[in-house]
Design a protein around this ligand. Structure first.
Ligand code: FVH
Length: 295
C-alpha cells in the first residue's frame, strides 16, 4: 500500500464488504471521498468518518473525475450508471467480471465519453489497506487514465497494470482464481483422505501448506516449456511416472472410502498424453489438450 499519495478526490459506488474496505483505506489516508450505495444506510458509518454520502448516483459521479465502482456484477454496473452523464470521467471498475464483459463495458463507457480501466482484486476485504498483506489489483484498459490515478489507486492495495486490453485484468484475475480452485480441490481431497483417521486437521494443514509452497515452482517449469515449445527439457517427474502414481492415488482413495471425482478429470488427460506416447513430458501438454491444439 502507498499511504504517501497526495490526497485527491474520488467517488466510490458500491459499499458492500469490499467497497467498504476500499472506502476505509481512502479515508484513512486523507482522501476526499464521495460515496454512494443502493442501500443508503451502508454509507452512514463512512459519512461519520468524513466521507460525503451522495444522495444520487448522478451527484456522486459529478463530484469527481475519478469514479471507482465496486458492485455485484456487470449488470449492476450498467444499471447503476444508466442515464448518468459520464462525459470526461475516468471509470475504474473493480467489480469482478469476465474479460469479454470488461471489453464490452469499456466500449459502453467510451460511447459515453468516459475513459475505462478494469480491475481484478487479488485480496479479501480484510487485506485491503493493510501494509504487507500482499493485496494487489490487476488493472487494464486506458493507460492514460491508470497513470493519472495510479497514486490514489495504490492506497488500498498494490497495483499491477497488465495492458491496454480492458479484458486483461479480468483474464489475469480469473486465471489465478482458477488455479486456486484446483488447489482447493486438491486440499479438500487430502482432508477427505485423512478425515476418519487419527490425524489432526491442523497437523495436516501445516504439512499441506509447506508442500504446496514447495511445489509452486512447477508453474515456472510449465512456462519454460510453453515458451520453448519443448516439453521435455528439465523434466524430473515425467508423465509416465506420474500416471503410474495416479493409480496409487486412486487406490488409496478407494481404500479410504473417498470419491475420486475431484482428481479424475485431470488424471484422464494425463493418461491420454501417455497413451499418445508422450510419457517423457510433464503435464504441459494438458494445456494443449484443453485448447484442442497447440498454440
Ligand atoms: N469480498 C470478497 O472477498 C471479494 C474479493 C475479490 C473481489 N470481489 C468482488 O468485489 C465486488 C464486490 O464484492 P463485495 O464483497 O463488496 O460484495 P457484496 O458485499 O455482496 O456487495 C455488493 C455491492 O453491490 C451492490 N449491488 C448489488 N446489486 C446491485 C444493483 N443491482 N444495483 C446497484 N448496486 C448493487 C450492493 O448494494 P446493496 O445490496 O448494499 O444495496 C453492494 O454495495 C464483487 O464483484 C466481488 O466479486 C470481492
Amino acid at each position: 500500500t502507498d499511504n504517501a499519495a497526495s490526497p485527491t478526490g474520488l467517488t466510490l459506488l458500491g459499499l458492500g464488504a469490499m467497497g467498504t474496505a476500499l472506502a476505509s483505506a481512502w479515508l484513512d489516508s486523507g482522501h476526499d471521498l464521495t460515496v454512494w450505495n443502493r442501500t443508503p444506510t451502508r454509507a452512514e458509518p463512512l459519512a461519520a468518518r468524513g466521507a460525503t454520502a451522495a444522495a444520487s448516483v448522478a451527484s456522486a459521479v459529478a463530484a469527481n473525475d475519478l469514479v471507482v465502482l465496486c458492485l455485484l456484477d456487470d449488470a449492476s454496473v450498467r444499471s447503476t450508471l444508466d442515464g448518468v452523464d459520464l462525459t470526461g470521467k475516468d471509470l475504474v471498475n473493480l467489480t469482478t467480471g469476465t474479460p469479454g464483459g470488461a471489453r464490452a463495458l469499456a466500449e459502453w463507457a467510451a460511447a459515453r465519453g468516459a475513459r475505462f480501466v478494469d480491475g481484478g482484486i487479488m485480496a479479501v476485504p480484510q487485506m485491503i489497506g493493510v501494509p504487507g498483506s500482499g493485496a494487489y489489483v490487476f488493472y487494464s484498459g486506458s493507460a492514460a487514465a491508470f497513470e493519472a490515478h495510479r497514486d490514489v489507486l495504490a492506497v488500498p492495495a498494490g497495483t499491477t497494470y497488465v495492458g491496454e486490453d480492458p479484458g486483461f485484468a479480468a483474464l489475469h484475475d480469473v486465471a489465478l482464481l482458477s488455479a486456486m480452485t484446483g488447489m482447493f480441490a486438491g486440499v479438500t481431497h487430502a482432508f477427505a483422505l485423512t478425515r476418519k483417521e487419527n490425524i489432526a486437521p491442523h497437523e495436516l494443514a501445516e504439512l499441506l501448506s509447506g508442500w504446496l509452497t514447495a511445489m509452486s515452482g512447477y508453474a515456472r517449469g510449465i512456462a519454460e516449456h510453453l515458451a520453448s515449445g519443448d516439453y521435455t527439457t528439465g523434466v524430473t517427474s515425467n508423465l509416465a511416472m506420474m500416471a503410474e502414481g495416479n493409480a496409487t492415488l486412486l487406490a488409496t482413495a478407494e481404500e479410504q472410502g473417498v470419491s475420486p471425482e475431484l482428481l479424475l478429470p485431470f488424471m484422464r488427460l494425463m493418461r491420454q498424453l501417455v497413451d499418445d506416447g508422450r510419457g517423457d513430458e510433464d503435464t504441459t501438454g494438458v494445456v494443449d489438450l484443453l485448447l484442442g491444439s497447440r498454440v
